[in-house]
Design a protein around this ligand. Structure first.
Ligand SMILES: *Cc1c(COP(=O)(O)O)cnc(C)c1O
Length: 352
């Protein structure tokens, strides 16, 4: 049977959607869960690691899961326009799904601080891009203020439909593994995703589909780690632009997910994030964006300090596709090697 997209695939579990409304979908979800044995060996972990490769959603990030539900609800409600603040991926998804629904999209981004791939998606899908002189948090404040005065639907993760969609990634993990993992690692920015996965796992356990729950292991970038520090960060800084957030919308819910699951929310440095980013690309053939690699950087850190039990089942979510932000790949990797256009000279340089 062919995949129907997140809304229709899990319709009975979409707690917030009015019954029977037609889905606004690009057939998102059903992303691969890729086993990563070379990574496990490299980390020295005697356990099975799986990568939930969310970069393979239609617009290249997990944001599509929430956006299909938010846009389905907005369309059912007769909305004509949507608005969001974004570090990039939410705007790409909002723009694509709004175009599909025949709605207008306004996306508010921090000026000069959005990866080119993401910006190109927003403009190509016909969104009006508003660049503000400030951070994501400033952009988000502006969005909520605009929505109080004008007929636009906010599709940031304060919109409850978003988390309903995002929880389906946890369903898919369990559907494939036929159990819940022992640990689930993921990056934390606005903290909606860690909240949504926890909702999804708990729902499957409540309904007897799985009989255990994973520990939720969230990782912020060290320069943008408000939950770890216990205070908002005024000027968040990290190479991982998708998690460059100083005052997460789902802060309290993420702490609840951490505490109820017996997990952690900790920080990883940019150097650790970029090392994991390169490792995933060079050892497992999986290209994710830097923010995504915070999950694997976190796993590595915990393995090194002996905090992951042997023979565990570990899932790391890779939230977005590496092609969103190719500049970072180019920056951290060697330049192309120059060779003459003849065999002998080329072979010499190739060391063959
Ligand atoms: C949005 C996003 C995140 C952060 O997710 P939150 O739900 O905000 O914590 C991480 N990585 C990528 C690629 C994203 O687009």
């Amino acid at each position: 049977m062919s995949w129907k997209g997140v809304v229709d695939q899990y319709r009975s579990r979409m707690d917030t959607l009015p019954e029977g409304c037609p889905a606004v979908t690009l057939l998102e979800g059903n992303t691969p869960l890729i086993e990563a044995p070379r990574l496990a060996r490299e980390l020295g972990l005697n356990a099975r690691i799986y990568l939930k490769y969310e970069g393979l959603n239609p617009t290249g990030s997990f944001k599509d899961r929430g956006m299909t539900v938010a846009m389905t609800a907005a369309a059912a409600d007769g909305a004509k326009a949507v608005i969001c603040a974004s570090t990039g991926n939410t705007s790409a998804a909002a723009a694509a799904y709004a175009s599909r629904a025949g709605m207008k999209a306004f996306v508010v981004v921090p000026d000069g601080n959005i990866a080119l791939g993401k910006l190109s998606q927003a403009v190509l899908h016909g969104a009006t891009v508003l660049a503000v002189d400030g951070s994501f948090d400033d952009a988000f404040r502006l969005v909520t203020a605009i929505a109080e005065k004008a007929p636009v639907t906010v599709v940031n993760s304060i919109n409850p439909h978003r988390l309903q969609g995002q929880k389906t990634a946890a369903f898919e993990v369990c559907d494939v593994l036929e159990r819940a993992p022992d640990y689930h690692f993921l990056p934390v920015g606005n903290a909606g995703n860690i909240t949504a996965y926890w909702m999804g796992y708990r729902e499957y356990q409540r309904d007897g589909i799985v009989d255990s729950l994973p520990k939720m292991m969230g990782f912020q970038a060290a320069g943008a780690a408000p939950i770890v520090n216990g205070a908002p960060v005024a000027n968040p800084e990290t190479v991982a632009s998708a998690i460059r957030i100083g005052n997460p919308v789902s802060w309290k819910k993420a702490e609840a997910a951490r505490d109820e699951s017996g997990g952690v929310i900790e920080a990883v440095t940019d150097a650790e994030i970029l090392a994991a980013y390169k490792l995933l690309g060079s050892m497992e053939g999986v290209f994710c964006e830097p923010a995504s690699a915070a999950s694997v950087a976190g796993l590595r850190k915990l393995v090194e300090s002996g905090r992951i039990e042997d023979n565990s089942l570990v899932v790391c979510t890779l939230t977005g596709h590496g092609l969103k932000d190719p500049d970072n790949a180019i920056k951290v990797c060697p330049e192309p090697v120059r060779v003459p256009a003849e065999v002998e000279g080329a072979l010499k340089i190739m060391g063959l």
